[in-house]
Design a protein around this ligand. Structure first.
Ligand code: FMN
Length: 192
């Protein structure tokens, strides 16, 4: 499958990864899909639901999404079932993808789950491109992503320096953002 067409370029692609637990509960979380030397990989840290689900099922979907609020909600809370839509896998099982995504791609994840981190190479199974928007670079969107990465670290390590760094993005987000970026940024503080 053509990775470029799906927007998965060389480097680290910040996507929303959807997975399902062995009991059938869907989950969403931002994860970096790494493309280097023709290979696709993820590194998922132990402690997340995504780690458990990929270890247990060996499947994940990468959802290309430009909604900063969804990045924040899925990083810092459990999103409601309403964000998902279900596709059928080859063996007829339902698998969650993000209903409002630009594209999704389902992968088999061949993983070595260590105690600290699960490293998986991703093999494409199927995918769909829904819309190809034209999106100029927006500094506020990028700043929200930086801020929410720091927020996930703050949650684990409780180091106050992360809060200072998150606050340092406020001016850029309020200057360059639309209402969605501002809402996403404010949501970080309510979910921390
Ligand atoms: C933009 C972004 C990229 C992230 N990339 C990763 C990653 O590659 N691996 C990882 O383990 N966590 C990553 N995280 C942190 C997880 O999203 C976070 O731990 C989340 O709470 C996991 O949710 P879950 O328990 O529902 O799986 C990332 C967070 C953000 C905001």
């Amino acid at each position: 499958m053509e990775l470029d067409r799906y927007g998965l370029w060389e480097g680290i692609n910040e996507v929303i990864v959807t997975t399902v637990s062995s009991e059938g509960k869907p989950n969403a979380a931002p994860i970096g899909v790494i493309r280097r030397d023709g290979k696709l990989m993820v590194r998922v840290f132990n402690g997340s639901q995504t780690y458990v689900n990929v270890r247990d099922t060996g499947l994940l979907a990468a959802n290309m999404v430009y909604d900063p609020v969804l990045f924040v909600r899925s990083a810092l809370s459990d999103v409601g079932e309403d964000v998902f839509e279900f596709i059928k896998t080859d063996n007829g099982e339902d698998f969650p993808v993000i209903a409002d995504c630009s594209a999704w791609m389902l992968f088999e994840a061949e993983h070595n789950s260590g105690d600290r981190v699960l490293v998986a190479e991703l093999c494409p199974v199927t995918g769909t491109i829904r819309h190809q928007e034209i999106r100029p670079v927006n500094r506020a969107f990028n700043a929200v992503i930086e801020a929410v990465v720091l927020a996930t670290r703050y949650k684990v390590f409780k180091n106050e320096n992360y809060l200072l760094q998150i606050n340092s993005y406020r001016n850029t987000i309020y200057k360059c953002g639309g209402s969605t970026e501002k809402k996403a940024y404010d949501l970080i503080f309510s979910l921390l």
